[in-house]
Design a protein around this ligand. Sequence first.
Ligand SMILES: [Ca+2]
Length: 564
Amino acid sequence: MTLRRGITGTGKMQSRRDFLKLAGLGAAAALAPRFSHAAAVGDKPNILFIMSDDHTSQAVGAYGSRLAKLNPTPVIDTLAKEGMLFENAFCTNSICTPSRASIITGQYSIANGVLDLGGSIAPENQYLAIEMRKAGYCTAMVGKWHLKKEPNFDYYSVLPGQGKYHDPVFREKADGKPFGRNVVKMTGHSSDRITDITLNWFKNIRDKSKPFFLMHHYKAPHDMFDNARRYDSYLEDVDIPEPENLWKQPRFGSIATRGHNDELLPYIGTSIGRRNLRRNYTKSYARDKSLSDAAAKRLAYNVYLKKYLRCVKGVDDNLKRLFEYLRKEGLMDNTVIIYTGDQGFMLGEHDYMDKRWMYDESHRMPFLVRYPKTIKPGSRTDAIVENVDYGPTMLDFAGIKTPDCMQGASFKSICETGREPASWKKAAYYRYFMHMAHHDNPSHFGIRTKTHKLIFYYGCSPSGANQTPPGWELYDLVKDPKEVVNVYDDPKYAKIVAELKTQLAALRKKYGDTDEKFPAMKKVIDEFWDYGPAARKRAIEISHEMLERKKNPPPRRRRNRKNK
Ligand SMILES: [Ca+2]
């Protein structure tokens, strides 16, 4: 297969029509002429999009969390010092493949079809890369890709699937063989090799007559965390600061996340401590049964955080190498440099691990952008931006209008002025589909404004199967930024709940995420939307039914489960 075959105008218009149909935008919009953009490159800035896997904002020093005192990311922090920090950048579906799909297409999961880890993006639908090339950019993708199909870039060298931490293999475009057979084996740690590949591309491969658009993606610090050996003693003698809600949060959550009277706590949301033993670090690293629950939890927490932060350190040190090269070559200041993670990550907050949740630590993405020509050093914004907006923003920096197929919008003017246009979005929309997969997270969707977050755990798979108790949670982010008091049932918040439900329904309609294709799931959502007495009674029954299933599970069938 050649790349060119995949990017014909016909293929693109077809996918755009499908999208418009899905989004219910009608015939007039579908027939509107597409704009064209000149191929001339002139003084267009280079664009370097750096993304790590699961690097959460709490583990970026510039975000000032409890971990900032460990100085985990001195190099990444320079982007905040010399550029802008986004306090409220959010993913639309907190897991690897869907987040990457939203970035490359500018579309929410329901529109690009990547609802879960099984999805992929065909070369002709990799709009961000295609538009950059059309605008005269030399395009490259290096590192973790995870969108399965061949990257539609002038150059790529990508890890297959998750890739390996040590001695990784890459699929390398320059190898010339068809995608999947173009394998190059390397030795050493993936963060080091990914940086080497990028530096080699800068020196020997890129077309220097064009501006560049490079996506430079680390595998680290995704689990199963495995740092380069030189970091084995990093933080060895440090007690990692703990979040208060690792230990105590009596008013956190709902029947959806705790079960009726907490009866499902061992089964929902994988934990740091002994609460839920699936994929659990206490089980793996604090096996001594004589340890108290608290001692085992503290030990497991330190192992989990240290392994994670050692991987982060490897990323940060490698970026030092990359930035030194850019400085030496005079590329630092005419390049828009972005640093982000593909989602956030729970580092023991709420006694949770992994991502997937809509709680801030998992929902938020670190997002730093440096471009001294137009972005003020040391600036910050609390504007709400989503990963679907990343593509439009980078295209805007390249002088390209947002293509019609993208649902996101450019926030370049926010980067440059710190001010939000009056029409800018006031809320982020979130949806997680992979019901109870891997880390026992019930499916949910919700809305987050600057002041509140409303989450609806409808709790079933798209087929309606494996029902967990539906429930609602509301957090007052002004009074309760750590999200430990669910105020959904507090009468003082009834008006806010009603307003947010109306906004949430409107966003679902706007983004075409209303589940007509999944009637069984839609029925559950409709039944529990108002959450009156009958629905609450039924949720309690479902909680009991789930407990019964967990205590007396049906015989296991043999199956091959794909890991993430
Ligand atoms: Ca990820």
